[in-house]
Write a protein that binds this ligand. Sequence first.
Ligand code: ADP
Length: 302
Amino acid sequence: QLIVLGSVNADHVLQVPSFPRPGETLHGHNYQVIPGGKGANQAVAAARLGGDIGFIACVGDDSFGQNIRQTFTNDGMDISAVHMIENTPTGIAMIQVSDCGENSICIAAEANNALTAEIVEQHSAMIEQAEYLLMQLETPLAGIELAASIAKVHGTQVVLNPAPARSLPDALLAMVDIITPNETEAEVLTGVAVTDADSAAKAAQVLHDKGIATVMITLGAKGVYLSEQDTGKIIPGFKVKATDTTAAGDTFNGAFVTGLLEGKAIENAIVFAHGAAAISVTRFGAQTSIPSRDEVEQFIAA
Ligand code: ADP
């Protein structure tokens, strides 16, 4: 089984002609509430692609929190560790997308803040029995650290997508088996600005020196730089016409670990994940853009 631990957000998306200045009121259009949050996006990607998924998360007791649990179940996920927190809203992202395609986002963790070490502790058996634990950084660090340490003791492989970007304690990095930063996150973690294969190799070395065996720096449309101790190379992605890259990285991470879980070699798991992520960037929204297994297999074979 793959355990995903992470955030759940309601993405409130509004199309705007331009971003309002302080005191200004503008007319937006095409308002939508779309399920998002890095943890949920990655769990949904893994589940839609056929992974056996347990999700550890906290949602609010608002209508979004109630409905999303059913949606997760429909996607085939085990939600026994998705907690509903009383008198608290589900995490939110207020997203404005301008007509020229830029976005401006404000997020509030809300119920995600309740995913503390105490809650994680209640699910230690799930983490112990799993083959992989996949986490991001939108929930409290203490819970993430505890989950990693439980995994470490029991031989569960720890995959960390260190997003959103922040620096991390060496003690946490030392418990990670595979790390998947994008270019910005890699720079924040290592101090090395990643622009090409050479700089990616330098950044990867900093992370290897902190005890991480496998470093994968995602490079957007260019693919991913895979570094394992002595070898490093770019594995290119698929060429598509991008319409909305929201959740590209999340789809990539969920698909990648699903590939590993079913025994794919790491490079094959990356190609599978590139296929899933490429489809997601051709579609609008977060969880609305994540493809099914059949779609990914047909896309890769084409
Ligand atoms: P994030 O969304 O976390 O910033 P990246 O932008 O690095 O992450 O993208 C993650 C993965 O999504 C890439 O490795 C690639 O597989 C896929 N991807 C992202 N943007 C594109 C694109 N424009 N075309 C094709 N694939 C893309």
